[in-house]
Every structure is written in structure tokens, then in C-alpha cells.
Ligand binder design. Structure first.
Ligand code: GLC
Length: 429
């Protein structure tokens, strides 16, 4: 069920933490795609220590980054649980030197820091033979003879085993939703290998709500969730309804020492601004090392993003979707009372910054992080015929923010627009 806190949260931190941080391989996909054998992939268990795992430190960092919620991988497609489950031996508790439940301290630390608690749970379990007992709807065994771990390895379907698998997922989810206090958000993944019918989505959703009626569920549940989750590529138009864009900091979800392809802090801030402009949240991923610590480059990006948010808080939380890019060639948000526009200026202006089609007169323009007032003027305004004219804000002398400069444009009332495509003026008062 969608909750207000989520719409206002704007930023969450995703953490892909698991045995895949041991070797230099991608989470689960590496064995699925045949880059490493299943046996070698699972050998990573031996090196997973969580020896410096301190989710309180994570929580402090996530808060400093400006996040309001976190999502941790309780189980990825490899099926290795980060929690102490009685329904499988495949967990970091039983199979790795870490030897303990990692979800409990995470949920406690996040809650204590005032962050909402999110749990990522893969519906796919490429380690469980029962998962491989049923083919994707409409497909035949011979389509899958080669996919050992993806989809069934050939042989007859076994609907009873599939039922058992669904029960297994339900059991693990009950553990997650009842043993760790309130879970605010369930982030499913991997719905695509089976149909809504096969996942029994309506019943499944009802089951989850019976455990917590307020839990938010993402839409990777064949559409039976509460919000869309575009991934890696920022949508050009915001999806309908509530949404959250998830992205890596480099190119990997989990920790890979060889991945040095980092985005810059400015890029991340810019991407965050794009999400705000289009009315979505951003879920920024970190990939902790096997010992539970974070690469300093990831920490730095979170801190930089936090600094920017801190300097411009007013333009971030308690705001809604911004202006269409036709009004302003940049990002923006609108205050809840719709009397203030926050413009995101990405580059240093060489003269004027221009805003078009806003009918409500502007009272004042200032640079948000410094408070300095900026001069502005209108050209082409014909108020008697409803043409607001173009607002020109003098921007070349302002003090820019090192990341993205926010201009606060205060209006003389609630925002109204002129969306005309140019009119002939027939009455010159
Ligand atoms: C993809 C991948 C997965 C990753 C997820 C995060 O769907 O399957 O590895 O966890 O994206 O959004």
C-alpha cells in the first residue's frame, strides 16, 4: 500500500551485499551467464566474513547522504539468505564464516537512525531445484534445455514442487516480516521468469498485507506492486504514479574491485535532480565489500550528495514534480503550496536564465544556498491579453553552487501557466 512517507522521501540507499563481494564477479548473474561455474561462485561463501559489518555506520552515512530509507538484499537470485532462516541451509549464517544473521542489526540500525526499513527479496532462486520445476508460462521444456540455473533444466514440469517453492518464499518472507520488527518496504526482483499467474500475485499480495497492511511493495511483481522501478536509465518522462529510479554508482550493483567506472558526484546530483523534476525518488546503490565496509569512493559520493541536499533542502523534500522542460531548460521542483519554483541550474550562466509561460507574477528570485537576491525582468509581457512574457533572471554574477545551483523563484500566488503557442494580439490597451 503506498504510503505518504515514500512519496516525500526522495532518496533511498540500496545495498547489494552478499557473497558476490568476495570474488570479482557480478551478483548471481555471473554464474547464470556462465562467467563462473556455480561451484566456484558458491566457493565465495568461504571468504564472506562480514568482519567489519557495522550497519550503524551505514545508517549514519545514509542519513548524512540525505536518504530517508534503505533497502538491503536479504536474498539475491543466488538464493543465499543474509538472515537466519529455518527453511533453508543456504544462508550466510550456515555457509560462511560470517556465521550470523545480518538482517537483524541492519533493521535495528536503520530504525534507530530514523530511516525506513526496506528489504530486497529475489523471487528467483537459481539455487533451489524446486524453483526450476516449472517453466515460464507458455514455454516448452525444449526451450530450456541449456539453462541450468535460469529456468528448468529440462524434464517434466512438477507443479507440486512449484507449490512447495511458493510456500518456501512465503515462509522466508514471513520470517523477514515478523522477526525483525516492522518492515516498511518490500523490494522484489526477478518476477520476469514466471507469470503473475504462476506467482499467484493477488494471493501473494494479500498474504504480505496480512503480515503488515502498511508495507509498500515495489512493482516487480508482474505489476501487482505499488510503484514502478526504472533502472539505470533515467526515464525521459516520469512513469505514471509513484516511482523510484534505481542506479549504481559505478556499473555494478555489488562490490567489484575491478569496476572503476564511477560516476562523478556531480553526475549523481544531476541524476537526483532529474528524478525530482519528474516527480520520482532515487534509490542509489552501494556495494559493500565482503567485510561490510564501503569503498571510500562510494562514501565520498554519498557525502557529496548529502552536502548538496543539505544546502538545498527546501527544494528537495516537501516539493513535487517540477516544470515541463518547455518552461525552463533545466530541472525544477514546486513547493507544496505551489507558490515557489526551485530551478536547478546545471551550468554557469553567461547572461540571463530564462523562464517562460508562467502567468503568476514573480516577486523575488534568490540563490538558495547563499540567499543572494538576483535581478530579473520581463520581456514581451502583455498581461491584459494573458501573455506572461519571458522572465529573464540575471545569473552571470551569482555565486554558483559547486554541484547544482538552485534558484528560488517566489511567486505572487499559486502558479498558473500560459501554455499558448503564440497568439495574435488584437487589443492593444
Ligand atoms: C536487476 C538485476 C539485479 C539487481 C537489480 C537491481 O534486475 O537482476 O542483479 O539486483 O536489477 O535493480
Amino acid at each position: 500500500m503506498m504510503q505518504d512517507w515514500f512519496k516525500k522521501a526522495k532518496l533511498g540507499i540500496f545495498a547489494h551485499y552478499g557473497i558476490y563481494a568476495v570474488g570479482d564477479v557480478s551478483e548471481s548473474w555471473s554464474f547464470h551467464n556462465g562467467n563462473i561455474s556455480y561451484e566456484d561462485y558458491m566457493k565465495q561463501c568461504e571468504g564472506f566474513t562480514a568482519s567489519k559489518y557495522d550497519p550503524k555506520q551505514w545508517a549514519a552515512l545514509f542519513k548524512r547522504a540525505g536518504a530517508r530509507y534503505a533497502v538491503l538484499t536479504a536474498k539475491h537470485h543466488d538464493g543465499v539468505a543474509l538472515f537466519d532462516t529455518q527453511y533453508s541451509d543456504l544462508s550466510v549464517v550456515k555457509k560462511t564464516p560470517a556465521g550470523r544473521d545480518l538482517i537483524a542489526p541492519y533493521t535495528e540500525a536503520m530504525r534507530e537512525a530514523g530511516l525506513k526499513v526496506g528489504i530486497y527479496f529475489s523471487l528467483i532462486d537459481w539455487s533451489d531445484p524446486r524453483y526450476r520445476s516449472v517453466y515460464p508460462e507458455g514455454e516448452k521444456p525444449e526451450d530450456h534445455l541449456k539453462d541450468v540455473f535460469a529456468t528448468p533444466a529440462g524434464g517434466p514440469e512438477d507443479p507440486e514442487k512449484w507449490e512447495e517453492f511458493l510456500q518456501f518464499n512465503n515462509n522466508q518472507l514471513r520470517e523477514l516480516m515478523t522477526n525483525y520488527g516492522t518492515v516498511d518496504l518490500l523490494w522484489f526482483d526477478g518476477d520476469w521468469e514466471r507469470s503473475a499467474n504462476q506467482w499467484k500475485c493477488p494471493e501473494f499480495r494479500a498474504y504480505l498485507h496480512s503480515l503488515n497492511p502498511n508495507v509498500i511493495i515495489n512493482s516487480r511483481l508482474q505489476g501487482y506492486g505499488d510503484y514502478e522501478t526504472p533502472e539505470q536509465g533515467i526515464p525521459l518522462y516520469g512513469p505514471r504514479g509513484v516511482w523510484e529510479f534505481c542506479t549504481t554508482i559505478n556499473t555494478s550493483w555489488g562490490y567489484r574491485p575491478s569496476d572503476n567506472d564511477y560516476k562523478t558526484s556531480r553526475m549523481i546530483v544531476r541524476m537526483f535532480c532529474d528524478c525530482l523534476t519528474l516527480g520520482g525518488n532515487m534509490l542509489l546503490d552501494v556495494g559493500p565489500k565482503e567485510d561490510g565496509t564501503l569503498d571510500p569512493r562510494q562514501v565520498k559520493i554519498l557525502e557529496d550528495l548529502g552536502d548538496w541536499i543539505h544546502d538545498n533542502e527546501e527544494a528537495v523534500y516537501d516539493t513535487g514534480k517540477g516544470l515541463d522542460y518547455r518552461h525552463f531548460l533545466g530541472g525544477s521542483t514546486l513547493s507544496e503550496d505551489r507558490r515557489t519554483i526551485y530551478l536547478f541550474v546545471y551550468d554557469k550562466p553567461s547572461e540571463y536564465i530564462c523562464l517562460k509561460g508562467i502567468k503568476t507574477p514573480v516577486k523575488r528570485v534568490s540563490v538558495l544556498h547563499t540567499g543572494e537576491e538576483l535581478p530579473f525582468r520581463y520581456t514581451g509581457a502583455l498581461p491584459w491579453s494573458g501573455i506572461p512574457g519571458t522572465l529573464w533572471i540575471k545569473g552571470d554574477e551569482m555565486t554558483p553552487h559547486p554541484m547544482v545551483t538552485v534558484l528560488k523563484v517566489e511567486l505572487d500566488g499559486e502558479i498558473t501557466y500560459n501554455l499558448g503557442h503564440g497568439e495574435v494580439v488584437t487589443n492593444n490597451d
